[in-house]
Design a protein around this ligand. Structure first.
Ligand code: HEM
Length: 412
């Protein structure tokens, strides 16, 4: 757009607060609520006991006896997010309680209707997403203590014990490590508009540093998550009812729609962080991978999705760096792309350990003549052996995304 007249308005930076993005916590919900108002006691009582109710196969009958509560007494985004988190966990437990061979076709009305209402109010899908599982599911043990794993706890949990806690909390720490990078996006775009190359250079250095810190945070997965527990116990509860052979027809939300609805399961592919970094750096993924990632944006809180879209529509950083001919800027830009490629390679190694190696071991165990049929829970699911909980074909997808990231480098 041409500047009109000679009055030069200072360009507006991308104000994070406009998108419910926190300067301190990024996309994490700052200090989430841990209690719902008293009328929602029946939901909280069930949610607090989920691992035991699932292990004893009682969750479905407890849910069927639950009173049908209206969502109208929920006030503000914090209460809505906690309600969504609670109802999402109860729903995943309800659907997967008996493993992939004992799924249900109908989510009962007393759960489906309020879940639908809360989802509509937040603009989130009626299924567990990254926004519930991680962004809204944390509290500090000591409210004045640091945001470190020893001082963190989840609010609601599912089977998987300490490994589930670790999986959620390490992912949270990756989100937290991204915060300086999210702030750097806003600073970089402001600096381009003001032709302030010094600030732009600093912002790119901060972004590269944040991506490296995310990789360091991701390393903690090894210390806190047991691959066998992840594969055999945890993963099924994150699975959705879209592109999943275990639930090919989706799920009927009784009282909401007579037709089954299909939704992808929870995945960090729904985190807004890498979507925003990709958009800033102008990374172009191949068509089918990009289509999957774009679909994952429907699972983000709408203000976060709007943030990613705003970065996408902003002035092109890559074009600016190219046309500046500035070697220092180009090197800083490339450090960001290289850090992002490394993060994705490291993530692939994690996925190999927690899914493909774990799946091979589970197959070998199944093949042993001594292997008993075993209880439904704890029996590794086979429907998603080669697919992610989001429903992607894991390795072709992840490698394609990593390779197209690398191709985003600017050559000298
Ligand atoms: C045990 C740990 C993890 C496993 C097994 C895992 C597995 C997967 C899988 C299978 C996918 C493919 C998409 C799908 O269908 O779900 C995926 C995508 C993705 N995961 Fe993870 N993941 C793990 C931890 C994390 C963490 C902590 C993050 C950081 C926030 C993360 C970020 C992503 C992103 C951003 C994608 C989309 C692809 C990309 O942009 O590179 N993952 N993950």
């Amino acid at each position: 757009m041409q500047a009109s007249g000679d009055t030069k308005e200072p360009p507006l930076p991308l104000a994070l607060s406009r998108f419910q993005v926190s300067e301190e916590f990024g996309f994490l919900l700052p200090d989430p609520l841990t209690e719902l108002p008293a009328p929602y006691g029946p939901w909280m009582d069930i949610a607090r006991e989920l691992p035991q109710l699932i292990a004893s196969h009682q969750l479905r009958s407890r849910v069927r006896q639950m009173p049908q509560l209206s969502s109208q007494h929920l006030r503000g985004r914090e209460e809505l997010h906690l309600a969504h988190l609670v109802l999402s966990f109860i729903t995943m437990g309800y659907v997967w309680q008996e493993g992939e061979e004992g799924t249900v076709q109908v989510l009962p009305r007393n759960l489906a209707v309020p879940y639908w209402e809360v989802s509509q109010a937040l603009g989130l899908p009626p299924i567990l997403s990254h926004a519930d599982f991680v962004l809204a599911n944390w509290r500090r043990k000591d409210p004045n203590g640091p945001l470190e794993i020893e001082n963190l706890d989840t609010i609601i949990t599912l089977p998987g014990g300490e490994s589930l806690q670790g999986f959620i909390l390490v992912t949270l720490l990756v989100e937290k490590a991204a915060v300086p990078g999210i702030k750097a996006i806003s600073r970089a775009l402001g600096a381009i508009l003001q032709c302030d190359e010094e600030t732009l250079h600093r912002a790119l250095e901060e972004l590269a540093g944040a991506i490296k810190a995310m990789r360091e945070a991701l390393r903690q997965m090894h210390d806190h998550v047991d691959p066998e527990v992840f594969y055999s116990e945890i993963r099924i509860f994150l699975s959705g009812w879209k592109d999943n052979p275990a639930m090919p027809h989706g799920l009927i939300y009784e009282g909401v729609s007579p037709e089954p609805l299909a939704y992808s399961g929870g995945s960090a592919a729904q985190s807004s962080v890498l979507h925003a970094f990709d958009e800033l750096l102008g990374i172009c993924h191949r068509q089918d991978s990009a289509a999957f990632l774009h679909r994952m944006r429907d699972y983000m809180p709408p203000p976060h999705r709007a943030f990613v879209e705003e970065v996408r529509g902003a002035v092109s950083l890559k074009q600016h760096v190219l046309s500046s001919g500035d070697a220092r800027l180009r090197a800083a830009f490339n450090r960001c792309v290289s850090a992002l490629t490394d993060f994705r390679s490291y993530h692939i190694s994690i996925v190999t350990k927690y899914i493909s190696t774990a799946a091979a071991k589970a197959r070998a165990r199944r093949a042993q003549p001594s292997a008993s049929a075993g209880p439904a829970v704890g029996k590794p699911p086979s429907a998603l052996e080669a697919k992610g909980t989001g429903g992607s074909h894991i390795f072709s997808f992840l490698k394609s995304i990593r390779d197209t990231t690398r191709e985003g480098m600017i050559s000298a």
